[in-house]
Design a protein around this ligand. Structure first.
Ligand SMILES: [Fe+2]
Ligand SMILES: [Fe+2]
Length: 350
């Protein structure tokens, strides 16, 4: 905390404690209860060394914990709602509301500006991790200053969404503490919107992500706006595989720049001991063309296919926990601090 105080202007230290501490009556339309099935199917955690190299040239050795075997939805009782915080269907990009109009405008600008060259440049710049030093929890609190314009479902402070996601996962998968922490941190990359990180525009931080360097799949939301993207004029980029080879693995694919890829870099380069499945979930959780529509599967390798099982689980909680359930932040904070201590250094470079 002291480190952050030294680096941030005082106005950004106002963490909205009143909001965080309040536990307001629930209007929730989802129901979560504890998983009661036996847990002996869970594999004991084994540790192996894993080399998280990628096309960006960043190489770091981290410990990989083998995660428990995937066992479908057995015992899981997370019931999803059909209604978001605005009383509409989730991810309904055609609903006629002011919110939806601004979401469409967001995607118009995003689709024009996210190009292969832009993304390569941003990965290089932000991969230096020389903006700030702070702990994971300090970043959670910092995120309260941020609003995600691309999200048609969420009308809560970001920390509420992080904790709602993490707590919902925790109820159904009590033994997968790495997945609870993944829920907590998956959106921390949105700090790129914050003045301390250069206050990037919304289109460079949030929204669905998609590959660059190959054809834009029609399943990408508001696909029509790609016609103004300069990459559309590149013959190679407009083929199915583009600059990639079939089955090359998503690790080699350049994704649109945003909070997903940034948080992946932060976690990896700071030497997290989270299993690789966690890094995969963080990195691709907004890649809806893949996990909702099945596009770009031809670029995946075998490891990606394994990790997709966890991403599919995670996304249900990421999306459908965005209801008006309030979390008592102070009550759950000690648990998450213990997980942060287990999987991350005290202070991270951002
Ligand atoms: Fe996200
Ligand atoms: Fe999220």
């Amino acid at each position: 905390m002291a480190m952050v105080r030294a680096l941030f202007p005082s106005q950004y230290l106002c963490m909205n404690k009143t909001k965080n501490n309040a536990q307001i009556g629930s209007k929730r339309s989802i129901q979560v209860s504890c998983r009661s099935s036996n847990q002996e199917d869970l594999l004991s955690q084994r540790q192996t060394s894993y080399n998280h190299g990628d096309e960006f040239g960043l190489q770091v050795e981290v410990e990989e914990k083998k995660v428990a075997s995937f066992n479908g939805n057995e015992g899981v009782v997370f019931e999803v709602s059909n209604i978001n915080a605005f009383g509409q269907s989730f991810r309904d990009y055609n609903a006629k509301s002011e919110r939806q109009k601004s979401v469409e405008e967001f995607y118009r600008v995003q689709h024009i500006n996210q190009t292969y060259d832009y993304v390569t440049k941003m990965r290089k710049e932000y991969g230096k991790l020389n903006k700030i030093e702070m702990s994971i929890w300090d970043c959670c609190e910092l995120l309260n200053d941020v609003v995600d314009d691309s999200d048609p479902d969420l009308d809560e402070p970001q920390i509420e969404h992080l904790l709602q996601t993490a707590e919902a996962i925790r109820k159904d998968y009590p033994n997968e503490d790495w997945l609870h922490l993944t829920g907590l941190i998956h959106d921390l990359g949105k700090v790129l919107l914050h003045p301390s990180f250069g206050e990037l525009p919304q289109w460079a931080v949030v929204g669905d992500t998609f590959p660059l360097g190959c054809a834009f799949d029609e399943s990408i939301v508001h696909h029509k706006y790609f016609k103004e993207n300069q990459d559309i004029n590149n013959m190679i980029y407009n083929t199915k595989n583009g600059v990639y080879e079939e089955g090359c693995g998503l690790n080699k694919v350049v994704m649109s720049w945003g909070h997903d890829d940034y948080m992946y870099l932060v976690a990896k380069e700071n030497g997290t001991t989270l299993p690789y499945a966690a890094l995969f979930v963080i990195r691709y959780h907004s890649f809806y063309a893949l996990h909702k529509s099945g596009a770009y599967k031809h670029l995946m390798n075998e490891e990606d296919k394994e990790n997709m099982k966890w991403l599919n689980i995670f996304n249900k909680y990421d999306l459908y926990s965005k209801s008006n359930v309030r979390i008592d932040v102070e009550k759950v904070k000690p648990y998450y601090l213990s997980l942060i201590q287990k999987y991350f250094p005290k202070i991270l470079r951002w």
